[in-house]
Design a protein around this ligand. Structure first.
Ligand code: ATP
Length: 361
């Protein structure tokens, strides 16, 4: 029987609540299917580690992760530590250090969830956003000099490389090709950014020739926000730069009902390193420790992890349990207008996983 070595990094805030919930659901799944098992190892990195050690994770931390099959991550962020320290010291350090260059964010309206879009049928919103995860606006190139003086200057350079754009475009076209509609929207801003974004567009066109069966179009990022709201059914797979996709995917999560539901995967498509799966929400200190955190985003991230590991049937079993739970308003957490607790939602998902007929595993 295959044993998957999974690193768990709960991180900060409600990450410490939703990751144990995810682990509980995965353990229930392994016990129910008896097809594989998990060997979890927890890494207590994050803001508390920073207060004790001056760094968010140890220098040799990436080495400890490299031997794993996948990583389940909670969130990084703490009111007492600057956001750029928590982000760069942990999540981005892992994504860039393990070259997880494709960030994948599926969005759909799950059963029982209300979208703020008035005229949207559930099937109208079924997207996957592919975010370039290694360069662009978050390449980390820049600096700050003459601090505190009138001549102070600060720069953040957005860097696009041919290698970086080609590989994310190829990944996005391949993903679009694997979905029924075979449709890709390339988000750009080449009207205003006349160097790097023009390269982005040119490479999109070049790579598209390798995928003649994929229909693709180009949309300026500002127009893309309006299109997501006004014509959601016109979109399917979407590829955008690091910053653009960061913003579009929060909009997507809100349109699909709640930040608490949305999952993401930071993928190394070449599988040289483990990929990392996480709910897209942050540490949400306002609800920490109250049992209010919605664990569905973590469960859906675990489904993505199972798919990445090739456990397609088990992933389906877990997704069906999630959808049965979201369909029941009595099992909605406060972010969805309900009063269920993290533990109640987790127990319900685990019970459904255990009850699922083996044939439908
Ligand atoms: P960070 O600074 O780490 O990004 P944040 O608290 O600024 O975190 P988010 O955690 O992304 O931002 O979410 C904003 C708000 O949405 C939270 O304050 C919380 O009220 C709500 N929220 C987010 N995730 C969840 C969740 N899983 N369950 C319930 N509510 C949530």
């Amino acid at each position: 029987m295959k044993t998957y070595r999974i690193a768990t990094i709960p991180g900060d805030g409600i990450g410490k609540e939703v990751i144990p919930a995810g682990q509980q659901a995965l353990a229930a799944l392994a016990a129910a299917t008896r097809a594989f098992s998990f060997d979890f190892e927890r890494f207590d990195w994050g803001a508390d580690y920073y207060r004790a050690h001056g760094v968010m994770m140890p220098d040799d931390g990436l080495g400890a992760l490299r031997g794993k099959d996948a990583i389940l991550f909670g969130s990084a962020g703490d009111p007492g530590v600057p956001d750029h320290v928590t982000l760069w010291g942990l999540r981005l350090k892992i994504c860039q250090g393990l070259d997880q260059y494709a960030n994948v964010r599926p969005t759909r309206i799950l059963p029982g969830i209300t979208t703020p879009l008035r005229h949207c049928a559930p099937g109208d919103l079924d997207w996957v956003i592919v975010r370039e995860n290694s360069e662009g606006e978050y390449s980390g190139v820049g600096g700050r000099v003459h601090q505190g003086y009138p001549l102070e200057v600060a720069t953040d350079l957005s860097i696009l490389t041919r290698v970086g754009v080609e590989r994310i475009m190829r990944f996005a076209f391949r993903l679009a090709q694997s979905r029924p509609r075979k449709h890709l929207t390339v988000v750009t801003k080449s009207n205003a950014q006349r160097h790097a974004m023009v390269l982005w567009d040119e490479i999109a066109r070049q790579v598209s020739q390798e995928f003649p069966d994929v229909v693709w179009d180009k949309e300026l990022v500002d127009a893309a926000t309006a299109r997501m709201v006004n014509r959601p059914a016109s979109l399917d797979t979407i590829v955008a730069t690091n910053l653009h996709a960061d913003i579009l995917s929060d909009l997507a999560a809100a349109l699909a009902g709640s930040l608490g539901i949305a999952p993401t995967g930071n993928i190394d498509p070449e599988r040289r390193n483990p990929s990392m799966f996480e709910p897209i929400h942050g540490s949400a200190f306002d609800i920490m420790g109250k049992g209010l955190a919605n664990p569905i985003g973590t469960f859906w991230s675990a489904v993505m992890m199972l798919e990445h590991l090739g456990e397609i049937q088990a992933a389906g079993r877990m997704m069906r349990a999630i959808e049965t739970v979201t369909a029941d308003p009595a099992l909605h957490t406060r972010d969805l207008g309900g009063s269920a607790t993290t533990a109640q939602v987790t127990d319900a998902v685990c019970a459904l996983i255990e009850q699922a007929p083996v044939a439908a595993a």
